[in-house]
Design a protein around this ligand. Structure first.
Ligand SMILES: Nc1ncnc2c1ncn2[C@@H]1O[C@H](COP(=O)(O)OP(=O)(O)OP(=O)(O)O)[C@@H](O)[C@H]1O
Length: 362
């Protein structure tokens, strides 16, 4: 066996999402061959790649076809893909900016954004969570950092706000900077300037993903964000009720419109079914069934998952310990499945679509 044999074999191994082989995608490095022993590194598109095991098995099988006695050792590393083509004056070290949106209030957008951030970070990625809901911040409550204040730090001669860090996630929320009742009466320009500060005056450092918890609906803050940073993609949260689905359509339409061109990574349905604590295997579809899936197929966007309505999710948010940090395996699995689909969607978006440009349309 020589290096060419190995490369030839690995050319037959597909990255399942990107639909191309590992060698063409430049995902194979450091091939070392010593008799029957072969080792190499596969560079994944994200540290949290859920396809790692499949890729590993496919590589071993492909090499065994060349030499059935081969002893294959595969190391995995990652280089999260990023399509930033802007000058990176702001959010310099951030590879992907993901906005979590909802048409309607109260559908659990902040809950979903918080647990998504934690689920992605659990896979090894560096993640930040920015609460852009200036009028109704909740991230500081959900992460149990209410009342804490971030400090300032000098970065290259500029005073920058250091985001708080909890459960490995860098956090920023207006609830950490001012009294919660204060921002409620702010006028539009103050809100826009707070949002700009969140991206330009906060030292986010190097992140694979910055998740932005957007306010509900489609308003000024959304426009400020898309005018300020190149949003990699949008995740839409809905609940199964018809009224929520109708509003979710507006959210999808806003980001898909010609002027914005921010791709929709997919749609997640929250509170899909009720599972009582004492009956963990039961699923009661009290708000209707598969509304989110139907909406996703109507708009031809990926359906990213169903999150159950369970008491522990609500309790976790209230006490500042998100359910991803609890031992509720059923809820955690739902969030992990959703997050796996979301990061695969982001990697596919980066492979298939042009970079998002900061919008100057409005
Ligand atoms: N899957 C769920 N199971 C149980 N409770 C949930 C679930 N998702 C959200 N909740 C609860 O519903 C309430 C609203 O959730 P959340 O604040 O995340 O919604 P939101 O859409 O961000 O709201 P807003 O419109 O105010 O921004 C919270 O008390 C939260 O704990």
């Amino acid at each position: 066996m020589n290096e060419n044999d190995i490369l030839k074999a690995l050319r037959k191994v597909q990255e399942p999402d990107l639909k191309n082989d590992l060698v063409s995608l430049n995902m194979v490095n450091d091939i070392i061959i010593d008799g029957n022993k072969v080792s190499f590194t596969v560079v994944l598109t994200t540290p949290a790649c859920p396809l790692k095991d499949k890729i590993k098995n496919d590589c071993i099988n492909a090499i065994k076809l060349v030499n059935k006695d081969a002893e294959v050792t595969i190391d995995f590393t990652s280089n999260t893909t990023s399509l930033r083509t802007d000058k990176k004056d702001i959010l310099k070290g951030v590879k992907n900016i993901i906005a979590v949106v909802s048409g309607k209030g109260g559908v659990g957008k902040s809950t979903v954004a918080s647990n998504l951030a934690l689920a992605i970070a659990a896979g090894g990625a560096k993640v930040g969570l920015m609460d852009a809901d200036i009028y109704g911040p909740s991230v500081h409550i959900m992460f149990g950092v209410r009342g804490e204040r971030p400090v300032m730090q000098d970065v290259n001669g500029k005073g920058m706000i250091v985001p708080l860090e909890r459960y490995g996630i860098k956090l920023m929320s207006i609830g950490l900077l001012v009294d919660e009742k204060q921002a409620v009466v702010w006028r539009g320009p103050m809100v826009s300037s707070a949002i700009r500060q969140f991206v330009s005056d906060v030292d986010w450092g190097d992140l694979d993903y910055l998740i932005i918890d957007m306010p509900p609906g489609t308003g000024d803050i959304h426009l400020t964000i898309v005018q300020t940073v190149p949003v990699t993609g949008v995740i839409v949260v809905t609940t199964p009720q018809l009224v929520a689905l109708a509003d979710a359509k507006k959210g999808i339409a806003m980001f898909s419109q010609a002027g914005l061109k921010v791709p929709v990574i997919g749609l997640v349905e929250n509170m899909s079914y009720f599972t009582p604590k004492e009956l963990p295997d039961a699923k009661y579809y009290i708000f209707g069934k598969e509304g989110g899936q139907k909406l996703a197929s109507e708009f031809d966007i990926p359906f990213l998952g169903e999150i159950p309505l369970v008491q522990s999710i609500r309790e976790g948010g209230d006490v500042g310990i998100p359910v991803m940090m609890s031992d509720d395996e059923i809820s955690k699995n739902a969030f992990i499945e959703f997050s796996d689909n979301a990061i695969r969607g982001i990697a596919m978006r980066n492979a298939q679509l042009p970079a998002t440009e900061v919008s100057a349309v409005f």
